[in-house]
Design a protein around this ligand. Structure first.
Ligand SMILES: [Zn+2]
Length: 429
């Protein structure tokens, strides 16, 4: 396949902007030649982009697909007044109630929403304590049916007792070993842990040992709220910090802990809208950047639209610091760093349009009304591209969204089935 007549943001090493580009997609789902249109008719299947903007598919480095079933859920009365109460009264009640069908349909719904918003890869942090065994296979099935790339893990936690913690551990291990036996590279795995404050020393120790034995990383919430302050220090003590570790949030970290994150090459994932929603505080992106901590961007299940997170990342920094200079560079870097995290944590070569990278891309109905160059991409992303409809999403060389419709599954039918599942789940809460 060759895409012609596209304005291409390559996000490759040269960060090229091609005003009228041609991009070849090779069998096997990787990019071939990326060049300015040469003229003449290329051979093979030609897709005319009609001047649309072509860029790498978006990446969401931390989310919870099952949270799709919290949409419109009956409110808790009185509403929780702090972070721990939010977990106890909302999320841990919801995840304990999930059955196998709920896991499947909530994942499908969240993945379809993500696909239609141009997201080609998501790192999911799953929890279903009363349907733990085999749950990651169900989430994987949803990924494969929608056609998205995923990195999965199960949220090991002591919050429901030692047996549930042990089940979580086994589910991670089983899934990591199974994924390793596959070869298509579209599904990756981490060793999931909920957070340092919900696991015992023994659980952390055994998860870290097993993750290392399996050459997998730990995916964990870190210092999201004040109640988890000191988490980086504790995780470091158990050897949990390395190049494959994915640490969501890192809001309440000291300067010394930032240095630890940098020294061990930890992948931090910033989730600004979730942080606002839970009123847990603002991550100090400038301080993290100054210490060369790698920070990417996730949604924590708050939204399928990564553009919202990009905007929030800028605005939260400005509001928190009182400076109209804050956040811009850090937010743009975080969006681009997701491709680095995808490579380090899960070995995925995505997030750039360049020969040899996986062919995950979007075509956007965006025709820049002002000059668009390599130097001002962020301005166009934030104020233009973010507001433009996504016409096409291709993952691994295969269409997922075409003509603004999800073409792999029947969105309407799935939504109807999901709504019935959600209604039944809410009645069991
Ligand atoms: Zn999370």
């Amino acid at each position: 396949m060759i895409v012609t007549n596209a304005r291409v943001l390559t996000f490759d090493a040269g960060n090229r902007v091609l005003d009228s580009g041609e991009v070849e997609i090779l069998p096997g789902g990787v990019f071939g030649d990326v060049r300015e249109t040469a003229g003449g008719k290329p051979s093979g299947e030609v897709v005319d982009a009609h001047g649309r903007l072509m860029m790498p598919a978006l990446i969401n480095c931390h989310t919870h697909l099952y949270s799709a079933f919290a949409r419109g859920m009956p409110p808790v009365d009185p509403s929780p007044g702090n972070f721990k109460a939010i977990l106890r009264k909302v999320w841990w009640k919801l995840d304990r109630t999930l059955n196998r069908e709920d896991i499947y349909y909530s994942a499908l719904v969240a993945l379809i929403d993500s696909a239609r918003n141009g997201v080609g890869m998501l790192a999911d942090h799953h929890s279903s304590p009363n349907a733990c065994k085999g749950s990651l296979d169900i989430v994987e099935r949803a990924f494969r049916e929608v056609g998205l790339r995923g990195a999965l893990c199960y949220e090991t936690s002591h919050r429901d007792g030692p047996e549930k913690a042990a089940e979580g551990y086994v589910e991670n291990l089983r899934f990591i070993q199974r994924v390793r036996a596959q070869s298509d590279g579209t599904i990756g795995a981490s060793f999931g842990v909920h957070a340092a404050f919900t696991v015992t020393d023994d659980v952390i120790r055994s998860c870290v040992e097993e993750a290392q034995a399996q050459e997998a990383g730990i995916h964990i919430h870190v210092a999201e709220d004040r109640c988890d302050a000191g988490a980086v220090t504790r995780l470091a003590k158990f050897g949990a910090l390395n190049e494959r570790t994915v640490a969501a949030h890192c809001v309440h970290v000291t300067a010394a802990e930032m240095n630890l994150l940098a020294r061990h090459g930890v992948n931090v994932v910033h989730n600004p809208q979730s942080n606002c929603h839970n009123a847990v505080g603002a991550a100090r992106l400038a301080d993290l950047a100054r210490r060369k901590v790698l920070v990417g961007l996730g949604s924590d299940g708050y939204t399928p639209r990564m553009w919202e997170e990009l905007k929030a990342a800028v605005n939260v920094q400005r509001l928190a610091s009182g400076s109209p200079r804050a956040g811009w560079a850090e937010a743009y870097a975080a969006l681009l760093n997701n491709r680095v995290i995808a490579r380090k944590a899960w070995g995925m070569e995505i997030g750039r349009i360049e020969r040899g990278a996986a062919a995950d891309f979007i075509l956007v109905d965006y025709y820049p009304p002002t000059p668009l160059t390599a130097e001002n991409i962020m301005g166009h992303l934030l104020f233009g591209i973010a507001n433009a409809p996504i016409d096409t999403l291709v993952v691994n060389g295969r269409y997922v969204v075409r003509g603004k419709r999800c073409v792999t599954v029947d969105q309407r039918k799935i939504a109807e089935k999901a709504a019935a599942q959600a209604r039944a789940l809410w009645s069991r809460l």
